[in-house]
Design a protein around this ligand. Sequence first.
Ligand SMILES: Cc1ncc(COP(=O)(O)O)c(C=O)c1O
Length: 400
Amino acid sequence: MGDGGRHDNDKLKGAGFSTRQVHSGHIQDELGSVMPPVYQTSIYSFRDSEHGAEVIREREAGYVYARWGSPNSRMLEAALADLHSGAGAWTFSTGIAAVNFIYFALLRAGDHIICAESLYAPTRYSLELYWSRFGVEFSFVDATSLDAVAAAVRPNTRHIHIETPANPALRVSDIAGCAQIAHDAGARLSVDNTFMSPLLQRPLELGADIVMESLTKFVNGHSDVVGGALVLADKELCDSLYKPWYTLGATMDPHQAWLIQRGLKTLKLRVLAAQENAQAIAQYLAAHSAVSAVHFPGLPSHPQYELHQRQASGPGACISFELKGGLAAGRALMDRVQLCTRAVSLGGIETLISHPASMTHVGLSSEERAQAGVPDGLIRFAVGIEDSADIIADLEQALV
Ligand SMILES: Cc1ncc(COP(=O)(O)O)c(C=O)c1O
């Protein structure tokens, strides 16, 4: 590492997204490797005692130990910070570790956090089951309503966390509006941007303080690794999280980071292809007689269609839809599909289909599922980059 591990995003100033997704964060090694190698080592040697002291004092001066970051995780962090217009970033072993790090690093006993009620389930359970034991107070509100968010503010509110668009119905929250409410209350706003990726939506540019990505999804894009990241708007806050980050220990392995950075280099090509497919499939589903509702921010019938258009450059590639035939129709669809893969998750190159009532939410009663916003006929559809005609043909033969 000739330059002690520094990267140089400055020469990319003014470059477009496609250029930056390929080159941002790259650290040139002494061998001239065009693609970064996997730095598969847990420890790094110091040149002498002075160098050891320098590296311990100043993170940018080099590397110590893989839990404190590797060239691979640092390259990925620099690229994500650049693509999200942030001051810096931290990577994590999973997306949910990144969410928990927000709670761990930024909240203390007696603090109150407001969260959207439509949230990735473990993001919610973690507060309810675990952080509540340490005296963290929380409220879950309908974050599609700025009035509801503002009404939940208390004197001890320190943080607001939203996800947009959010499962299960792809509801959209106003990022700039939530940032204003948070800042007026002396709190911070974090946004789970997993369904959009930095290509389609950049919450920091809209006033959010922190953006969270499950890199497992679109950023990696190949369903072969998990990972997460937080990108921060404020350099000072970002730097202050170095010690809590390596102390918590949910840091990213070099090989994980290498795979995710490889995926990131083709983000725009993949997301635009999947999104174009999703638009065609959403329109097909909206006209299908077996379907009672289609939830997709790219359809003008979506309740926050205009808001989403204002704050994002595209609807993404995740659709949810409801079958008139309820549970039985959902099971039948799952059993009949041939091209679409029955699996949870999203953001990969392959199309995934899941039916929460018979899979992830099978342990709940029909009433409990309805209350959780997951009616028995709800299907989650994560569109890949196959030919849209083939995906539609699969749905056509499977929908009865
Ligand atoms: C919106 C959202 N946020 C966070 C996560 C958690 O990410 P990970 O599975 O990488 O831990 C997921 C995973 O499905 C998700 O869909």
